[in-house]
Write a protein that binds this ligand. Structure first.
Ligand code: PMP
Ligand code: GLU
Length: 399
């Protein structure tokens, strides 16, 4: 008989977002005409000057190990970015560059959590937070937000969820999957609460550049030194620069946490890819126009997708203020049937939609709410049109 595997690792659920993306990509590769609203992955190519910088880095021999926490040049470029965009002053020793922001989140949680700790997680939450918290032996404590409260957690909710075991709060603004963006005032209140109660804040700001209309991004670490000391800012290049495959994310934190994360990483993965690091300097320091153009395009796509969602009876969604997802409530359709099979949850809806109409969406179960589906609009207007035509036809066919 095979020996038992690790209990903590075998309890991990696979990433639903990546699984759906893989399924949609496999169907596409097999010749199926699939529309993918699944993965949160920009469809744009990485801007040319970033690719050129990677080629140049290889030619210059930047093909060797770098310091485990990233090259000094990249960490300096990240410090300059945090100063320029977020008004935050950090030293390179406070920056850890990792293999994507997901890895940064893993490092951050591993550095601060002990088994038995609790981490407050506003729900709906991005799928990986829940599992990443569990991997450290800590427990996720959910704070439920609703579309009526614009999917924003309040201090009184945080208060109700706080115990003497509370170690950290995870904040994700702009939010995946809801598109919610916290205002400066709301963040200031949360910052004051965290400081008063000595709770760490893991602030995932990976969608910071993707804000629309009057919404603006503020880093919670920017209010004062006390909250800055408690905050681990998480960010990365994947979304803003269409660099998902390059795998570069980073954290900014107090020096003790940065050292702990650097030590962990030095044994687990060593440095992130040296060529991708060199390219990331070009992304952060170079021409920001391609990034701004992508944001404009995402904004147009959001408007178009919202217009289509609003025209479908039985589906409703708040207008996203940031990121690139529409989080749509489909619960009015529960009880309806497709080919005699009843829709009881978002998973049923997503399965039938993919099977019957070749359109991939992520069911809200992955984010802690089975009444919703997540539609990523990180795809062309033509694909959005095609996919929304199919969703419209699917909903109309339900009896
Ligand atoms: N945080 C959020 C909220 C995300 O949606 C993602 C998407 N991949 C990540 C972190 C991780 O990004 P990456 O690892 O590609 O840098
Ligand atoms: N973050 C993206 C998403 O939510 C990409 C997939 C993943 O990293 O989970 O779809």
């Amino acid at each position: 008989m095979a020996k038992e595997l690790s209990k903590s690792i075998t309890s991990i659920q696979p990433s639903a977002t990546l699984a759906i993306d893989a399924k949609a990509k496999a169907l596409k590769a097999a010749g199926s005409d699939v529309v993918g609203f699944g993965a949160g992955e920009p469809d744009f190519d990485t801007p040319a000057h970033i690719i050129d910088a990677a080629i140049e880095a290889m030619k210059q021999g930047k093909t060797r190990y770098t310091p485990a926490s990233g090259t000094l040049e990249l960490r300096k470029a990240i410090c300059a970015k945090l100063k320029r965009d977020n008004g935050l002053t950090y030293e390179p020793a406070q920056i850890v560059v990792s293999n994507g922001a997901k890895h940064s989140l893993f490092n951050a949680l591993s550095a601060i959590c002990n088994p038995g700790d609790e981490v407050i997680l506003p729900a709906p939450y991005w799928v990986s937070y829940y599992e990443l918290i569990k991997m450290t032996g800590a427990t996720p404590v959910l704070v439920t937000t609703t579309k009526e409260s614009e999917f924003l957690a309040t201090v009184s909710q945080l208060q109700a969820a706080t115990t003497d075991k509370t170690k950290a709060i995870i904040l994700n603004s702009p939010c995946n999957p809801t598109g919610a963006v916290y205002s400066k005032e709301q963040l200031r209140e949360i910052a004051d609460y965290a400081v008063k109660n000595d709770i760490y804040v893991i602030s995932d700001e990976i969608y910071e550049s993707l804000v629309y209309g009057s919404a603006t991004h503020t880093s919670i670490a920017s209010f004062n030194d006390a909250i800055k000391d408690l905050t681990i800012v998480v960010n990365g290049l994947s979304k803003a620069y269409a660099m998902t495959g390059w795998r570069i994310g980073y954290t900014a934190s107090n020096a003790a946490i940065a050292k702990a994360m650097g030590n962990l990483q030095s044994h687990a993965t060593s440095n992130p890819n040296s060529i991708a690091q060199a390219a990331s300097i070009a992304a952060l320091e170079g021409d920001q126009t391609p990034m701004l153009e992508m944001v404009k395009e995402f904004s147009k796509r959001k408007d178009y997708m919202m217009q289509r969602v609003e025209a479908i009876s039985g589906i409703s969604a708040p207008t996203p203020k940031g990121a690139f997802y529409v989080f749509a409530d489909i619960s009015e359709l529960f009880g309806k049937k497709c080919d005699g099979k009843e829709i009881t949850c978002a998973m049923d809806f997503a399965d039938m939609l993919l099977e019957k109409h070749n359109t991939a969406v992520v069911p809200g179960e992955a984010f802690g709410d089975k009444r919703y589906i997540r539609l990523a609009y990180a795809t062309s207007i033509e694909s959005i049109r095609k996919g929304m035509d199919r969703i419209e036809a699917f909903v109309a066919s339900l009896v």
